[in-house]
Ligand binder design. Structure first.
Ligand code: BG6
Length: 593
């Protein structure tokens, strides 16, 4: 996600803006820029790290300015796409964090009215809209401009000659730091903590006019008093938004990630990519990935086979690169969060050599994988800092559902109901998060063991693999994910009171078999922790510990169950005192084979 900052006061803005931006680097970015106003506005932006910009910039005079770190979404990383963006006169500079979903229409209208655009971004429509409506009253022009905008925004507007900044927020956070004859604006608290601990949180629909010694906030046009808060966090704590680890913060970001990723696809209107075209002669469907993305790929297999009725094979990219067979008649999907994993990149190159119909699902715009692929489906998880993948996995699943649904061989009524349920999932995921205290307690129990099995069936079998991987990655407990029906063919030998089994008992056609498996496991003294659907008293009574999750259509159950498993792994590792965000021996993206 992007980061925006603003300063107005009695000191030179440039060094303050750059320092504030540095405190937002944790959000991830590929370009940055600042604009400072004196009598006119000077803008400096590039595909550059902030430290480098600090060295490269000439000294710019001015005591008001805005700054931006950009995590590319619409339009790849480039100097032109970096913020701030200006209107045609260069007298209005804007920084934006969010997604303007109706920017195509707005841009066409503005171009037809003579506005010239210099970027591919959605954000650039904002300064041109303000210019369009400006007749001497800047606040009114901004109000009219934002009335035309749909989507999410946190913006700060700098106008030449104005001794005030104007900020507004809708579905994208924005705070004001209160200083002594100076004020600060930022996407997030860490940016201002070097200067003040007095903060106002703007709310959706708020517009703020900020001068160096005065702040006026309006909510949908009516003056309001927003409460001042005193921040006691350190900068690092603030970057985690108060969570103890980035992993926990990112687990809690998942309802928003589902909304962001879905709103991107829904607003685009067309299918995320052409999975199949009428009359094509694809004979072979193949999904490739590594690590957690491989588990998303396995779930993708179940989704496609259930909805499109086409057999799908899933290969580990690292194996495919040596043994995999493929041809020009292969429909291939590669899933890679970072877009830089060496095994995935090598697989993409091999698929291209063979002439496969390739789609890449990735979270990073302009990553190596996206640059190698014609059809790219971006997820909108934002930067994922913690090494164990959580929110990026969730976003990958959303991408797979959205990719497949238009081609589902089901009637439109059922398709619509699935889409409706998909859009309600953020609330269901939040319910799992609201049960965190119970899961944390079970993590304390699980932390006492050195070995564990995760078992599941059907679409939740890959989830048992993911739950085991999460636990391995961060708690260093030896955990194995297993098809529940397979446990009796060997692993039963390992069952004892020292080997707990986490069983995913979804309310689908595997439920009865799962109950049987739980009984078999208990008969061999293993304690059982069951993921059950709310109201499943049978499952609750059978298990030693039961984690209840809200009921959803079986095809969506991985989206709900995975959150419980992520929290379980997190709290188990926490109770074992492990370095959760950066586990030993692991990297966020393995760019070597
Ligand atoms: C590993 C990461 O190095 O790479 C995992 O620790 C990740 O979290 C795996 O799932 C694959 O990464 P990517 O970026 O290709 O999805």
């Amino acid at each position: 996600m992007c980061g925006i900052v603003g300063y107005i006061g009695e000191r030179q803005a440039q060094p303050i803006l750059l320092n504030c931006l540095q405190k937002l680097e944790y959000r991830g970015y590929d370009s940055c820029g600042i604009a400072v106003s004196q009598s006119n506005i000077q803008v400096y932006k590039d595909i550059i790290r902030i430290k480098e910009m600090e060295k490269a910039l000439p000294k710019i005079e001015g005591m008001a300015g805005v700054g931006h770190t950009r995590w590319a979404t619409h339009g790849g990383p480039s100097k032109a796409n970096a913020h701030p963006h200006c209107d045609c006169t260069g007298k209005i500079a804007v920084v934006h964090n969010g997604v303007i979903t109706n920017y195509h229409k707005l841009r066409q209208q503005l171009v037809s009215e003579g506005h010239n655009f210099s970027s591919q971004t959605d954000s650039e429509v904002i300064p041109h809209l303000v210019e369009k409506y400006f007749d001497g009253d800047l606040e009114k022009a901004i109000y009219l401009a934002l009335r035309d905008v749909e989507g999410s925004y946190a913006i700060i507007i700098l106008a030449a000659g104005e001794h005030r900044l104007i900020a507004a927020r809708k579905d994208s956070p924005l705070i004001i730091g209160i200083g002594d004859r100076e004020n600060f604006i930022a996407s997030d608290v860490p940016a201002v903590l070097d200067y003040t601990s007095r903060v106002i949180y703007l709310e959706d629909g708020d517009t703020a006019v900020i001068a160096k010694d005065n702040i006026k906030v309006k909510s949908n046009g009516t003056g309001v008093d927003r409460k001042e808060h005193k921040i006691l966090w350190s900068v690092e704590d603030a970057q985690k938004a108060g969570y103890e680890h980035f992993m926990l913060k990112e687990i809690h970001e998942q309802p928003k990630v589902i909304r962001d990723t879905l709103s991107e696809y829904i607003s685009a209107g067309a299918p995320a990519a052409n999975l199949m075209t009428p009359g094509d002669t694809l004979e072979d469907w193949l999904i490739l990935a590594c690590g957690t993305s491989y588990h998303a790929a396995l779930i993708g297999k179940y989704i496609i086979e259930e909805l499109v009725r086409i057999p799908v094979r899933v290969e580990l990219a690292s194996e495919f690169n040596y043994w995999g067979q493929t041809s020009a008649k292969t429909r291939a999907i590669v899933i890679t969060q970072s877009g830089e994993t060496a095994d995935a990149i090598r697989a993409i190159k091999r698929l291209k050599e063979k002439g496969c119909q390739l789609i890449t699902i990735t979270n990073v715009v302009d990553s190596t994988a996206s640059r190698l692929t014609d059809q790219v489906v971006y997820t909108r998880a934002g930067l994922e800092i913690s090494v164990p993948a959580t929110k990026s996995f969730m976003a990958q699943l959303i991408a797979l559902y959205w990719l497949v649904l238009p081609y589902a061989r089901i009637d439109n009524r059922r398709k619509d109901s699935l889409i409706t349920e998909l859009r309600q999932l953020p609330g269901k995921v939040q319910q799992v998060l609201d049960n965190e205290a119970v899961i944390a307690e079970y993590g304390r129990e699980l932390s006492k063991y050195e070995n564990a099995f995760f078992i599941g069936r059907g679409i939740n079998f890959p989830l048992s693999l993911e739950g085991a991987l999460k636990l391995k990655e961060i708690s260093y407990i030896h955990a194995e994910g297993y098809a529940a029906g397979e446990l009796k063919h060997g692993p039963f030998a390992l069952l004892s009171g020292d080997t707990p089994v986490i069983a995913i008992a979804a309310q689908d056609n595997t439920y009865e078999a799962m109950l049987t498996n739980i009984k078999e496991v208990k008969a061999r003294q293993s304690p059982v922790m069951a993921l059950i659907v709310e109201g499943d008293d049978v499952g609750r009574d059978l298990a030693d510990w039961a984690i209840a999750v809200p009921e959803v259509h079986p095809i969506f159950s991985p989206l709900i169950n995975v959150v419980a498993l992520q929290l379980l792994a997190y709290y188990t590792a926490k109770h074992r005192g492990c370095p959760i965000d950066f586990p030993r021996n692991l990297a966020k993206s393995v760019t070597v084979e």
